[in-house]
Design a protein around this ligand. Structure first.
Ligand code: NAP
Length: 263
């Protein structure tokens, strides 16, 4: 909005969206393409996040292409050679299918390819940390480069509002390779508590993580982490190059989200 652009958002639950007043919040559901027309009316550019089942992808993209000129798609690092990003899984297939349809849609497109979100810590570790000082987690020595969601948004704003990003594929990561254990310890440091990490086996994780995510996501993560053993995380400088500001560190992110871990 600092760019002066008018922003409209589609959500299934407008009452829970919690967006600034200037944002036009409309109800819609990606699994029900008919519900999108009102939201797309008069729209020039679309930022698409796809978390729905694949059945309506083609119908949704057809509708977007009727209204919009440009699309920025939140994808994943499908083409990055690092093994953590190369494991087969159903989400990867859906994302690749979407990219093919977008490329042939006639829309001007940009693909954002973020690695692990820093915000995953809210779902993965915050409940355990609010409840005590022990975090049970698999593959704790595996490094990732968690990216602050505000940096993904900052790149998205550039791609949505500026010229010069057509057909670009931006691999976006945080600025540092940090093991999962280091990330948990960073949270402990920020909230002033000595957290203890208890490494659990992949089999234990398959059972215990069902409380916070579906089996398909657990399998995807376990395969990715297993492939990432012993390798530094893949780190790019793309956020800084595009936004002309340094990418936020995991310490920055944790400091700004400390309340979620204090409970
Ligand atoms: N998490 C990561 O580390 C990571 C890394 C790389 C790429 N990605 C990609 O980033 C995207 C978001 O991931 P996430 O982990 O943030 O997902 P998420 O928390 O499960 O969902 C994000 C949003 O999707 C909306 N949504 C779900 N179903 C919808 C539907 N049928 N119609 C309209 N909106 C719907 C929900 O909003 P409402 O409930 O308000 O409708 C929800 O707030 C995914 O495409 C994922 O593949 C994630």
């Amino acid at each position: 909005m600092a760019t002066g652009a008018q922003v409209r958002t589609l959500t299934r639950n407008p009452d829970a969206a919690g967006l600034p007043q200037q944002v036009d919040v409309m109800r819609g559901d990606l699994t029900l393409p008919d519900t999108l027309d009102a939201c797309l009316d008069g729209i020039d550019t679309v930022f698409l996040v796809w978390v729905a089942p694949p059945a309506t992808i083609a119908a949704v993209l057809e509708r977007i292409a009727k209204h919009a000129r440009r699309i920025v798609f939140l994808s994943a690092p499908l083409k990055t050679a690092h093994p953590l990003f190369q494991q087969p899984n159903p989400f990867r297939e859906v994302t690749a299918q979407m990219e093919r349809l977008i490329e042939s849609s006639g829309l001007q497109w940009t693909f954002l390819r973020p690695g692990m979100f820093a915000a995953n810590a809210l779902r993965w570790w915050a409940p355990q940390i609010r409840a005590g000082n022990v975090v049970r987690w698999p593959y704790v020595s595996v490094p990732t480069a968690p990216i602050d969601e505000r940096d993904i948004a900052a790149v998205a704003v550039r791609a949505l509002c500026e010229e010069g990003h057509a057909r670009a594929e931006y691999v976006l990561t945080g600025p540092q390779s940090l093991s999962q254990a280091e990330q948990v310890l960073t949270i402990g440091q920020v909230i002033g508590r000595s957290l203890r990490i208890e490494e659990i086996s992949p089999e234990e994780a398959r059972r215990e993580l069902l409380a916070i995510m579906p089996a398909s996501v657990i399998n995807m993560l376990l395969d990715a982490w297993a492939a990432g053993i012993g390798q530094p995380a893949f780190v790019t400088s793309t956020v800084a190059e595009i936004t002309r500001a340094p990418a936020r560190t995991f310490l920055d992110w944790t400091t700004d989200h400390a309340a979620a871990f204090r409970g």
